[in-house]
Design a protein around this ligand. Structure first.
Ligand code: SF4
Length: 331
């Protein structure tokens, strides 16, 4: 029996590692619209009203990851700097980057990056760590905010005016961000459908396959998997099979391939210590992929591969240390 491992999987559904630059640019643009719209929303809290800017910064970071999250916030601030009315109350212009509240804006990219980093470490999978993590990330902007404000008012007054009144709002915004992530997780529950033996095939996939359409589709799937998208394990033909499933003579429905799935499900479940049969849901991170590839190379999870026509290719790729593989986890 092989060693088991258990890891905390991240939830970063809008991280677009491996996707075209145009997709990332589109996400950044949409993110800046979201940040601008949130800046217009003011909530009448006591002792001071708060707007939803920081909530939006948290969400952008948590959903897009630390790099894309921070880039989106910086793009939004750039829009504000050149004069677009994207700040609170429709404000915009360079003057806002030298005024008393500029320090908070300088802290926003750090807030998004922190929220994104925590999400990539799996903190936003569960409600309690998500709440405290996002509260902590949000608190980061109080540091440059208060220090900058202190140059106008002195530190004591800066804390009294620029930190204390906003603590209640910060707690509520962290809670709202967690609720948003819970809803997002529910919306993303069914994502990539994989039959069990493709949990092995993806390990050695190097862009070779039955047809060009098969490879194009598999490339897209590996990019999504590498980004942490959830897998739903299915019986029979799956999202990888889709381009070839109906081709004449193809084996997607054959009993021998179904038996291969059963072997693979048992091997993967035994290794990772998680269910891997029909109906199981899992995500891949670097630790899980490393464990799978190590075991694959050692031939301890290869009973499913008996009689597979691709076996020699997969052996060679594994034995060579997995050069040119398409599936890499970004966390
Ligand atoms: S040998 Fe066949 S079943 Fe095994 S990983 Fe390679 S392609 Fe998949």
């Amino acid at each position: 029996m092989t060693d088991r491992i258990a890891t905390s999987a991240p939830f970063v559904p809008l991280r677009l590692d491996g996707r075209p630059l145009a997709h990332k640019a589109a996400l950044v643009f949409i993110g800046t619209l979201f940040l601008a719209a949130s800046s217009y929303i003011e909530v009448p809290l006591v002792p001071v009203p708060v707007n939803m800017q920081t909530y939006a910064v948290l969400i952008v970071g948590a959903l897009a990851g630390w790099r894309l999250g921070a880039i989106t916030v910086i793009a939004w601030l750039a829009e504000a700097f050149v004069g677009f009315p994207v700040l609170s109350g429709g404000a915009g212009g360079a003057v806002h980057f030298v005024g008393p509240t500029a320090g908070y804006m300088f802290g926003f990219p750090l807030v998004a990056a922190s929220a994104g980093w925590l999400a990539e470490q799996g903190w936003t999978r569960k409600i309690v760590p998500a709440f405290f993590g996002l509260l902590l990330a949000q608190a980061i902007c109080f540091v440059p905010g208060a220090l900058w404000l202190a140059t106008f008012t002195g530190l004591e007054k800066a804390i009294a005016l620029g930190v204390t009144p906003f603590i209640v709002g910060a707690v509520l915004k962290a809670a709202l961000a967690v609720c948003t992530l819970v809803v997002a997780k529910q919306a993303r529950r069914v994502t990539i459908r994989l039959r069990p033996h493709h949990l092995l095939c993806m390990l050695t996939y190097v862009g070779k396959g039955y047809t060009d359409a098969f490879c194009t589709n598999f490339d897209a799937i590996t990019a999504r998997l590498g980004g942490g998208e959830e897998i739903l394990v299915v019986a029979g033909p799956d999202d990888v099979c889709a381009p070839v499933e109906t081709l004449e003579g193809h084996h997607c429905h054959e009993a021998s391939i179904v038996a291969r799935d059963a072997e693979a499900a048992a091997s993967v479940a035994n290794l990772l210590g998680i269910p891997a049969s029909e109906g199981a849901r899992l995500t891949l991170d670097a630790a899980r992929l490393t464990a799978l590839r190590t075991a694959f190379q050692a031939r301890t999870i290869r009973t499913a591969c008996a009689d597979c026509e691709w076996s020699a290719l997969c052996d060679g790729i594994a034995d060579a240390g997995y050069p040119d593989i398409r599936l890499t986890a970004s966390v």
